[in-house]
Design a protein around this ligand. Structure first.
Ligand code: SAH
Length: 214
């Protein structure tokens, strides 16, 4: 799709900014340089879409700040063809970044309106992403195990159900915490029974992960 040249320039500036903030993964930076984030924000706000800020989407939800998308994606350490489960489709932007990295992506959203809109974006931009309306607390048993699981809403703790759906050798990244601050947490499944946990030092503010459908 043709787009005004200005957006490519703004994306390159954003990539430079993310590099300055410590994002190193070239594949992640290339994906951000390519995906038209301005198509995911409300009309009239397109030129602001490449500032490093979260943005309102429908249903009182937000598209994550580019730095957060870049960091979560970098921490996930995806390889081409990895089967990835994203919880919290929202605008669909993060799912498309993961698809750009060559992963096989499954994404779940609990709000029907966002689910429909995100599907529209996947079709418009021609990404083959398996998207589901559902409660992310349940994961997606039918397609498990996943090599990677990415949670993009604040979760108080990771339910065993989701940990069970992680492949041995796989990794889950999630902002964990109650209230309005979360710690970015990395859980590696190192064997059938063993998981190791590590943290990224920065504090985040995600919208909460809620139970049930809307
Ligand atoms: N990844 C998104 C941003 C996510 S905002 C993007 O790139 O735009 C968090 C999203 O999680 C919201 O859309 C919210 O509706 C959704 N959400 C919250 N609780 C959920 C749950 N239990 N299951 C699935 N999605 C959930």
């Amino acid at each position: 799709m043709e787009e005004p040249l200005i957006f490519k320039g703004l994306r390159n500036q954003l990539v430079q900014h993310l590099q300055d903030k410590g994002i190193k993964d070239v594949n992640v930076l290339n994906a951000i340089a390519k995906v038209p984030r301005h198509l995911f924000v409300q009309q009239g706000f397109e030129k602001l879409a490449y500032e490093d800020k979260p943005f309102p989407i429908a249903c009182g939800q937000t598209i994550s700040q580019p730095f957060t998308v870049a960091l979560q994606t970098e921490l996930l350490q995806v390889q081409k063809f990895d089967k990835v489960l994203e919880i919290g489709t929202g605008s669909g932007y993060q799912a498309i970044i993961l698809a750009e990295l060559g992963t096989n992506i499954y994404t779940i959203e609990r709000q029907r309106e966002l689910y429909i809109k995100a599907n529209g974006m996947f079709n418009l931009l021609k990404y083959s992403i398996k998207s589901f309306l559902g409660d992310g607390y349940e994961g997606k048993e039918a397609y498990a195990p996943f090599k990677k699981i990415l949670i993009t809403a604040a979760i108080p703790e990771i339910p065993q159900k989701l940990l069970n759906q992680l492949a041995v050798g796989g990794r889950l990244v999630a902002p964990i915490g109650e209230g309005n601050e979360q710690i970015m947490t990395i859980i590696d499944r190192i064997s059938e029974q063993e998981y190791t946990t590590s943290h990224h030092e920065k504090i985040f503010k995600f919208v909460p992960m809620l139970k049930g459908l809307v």
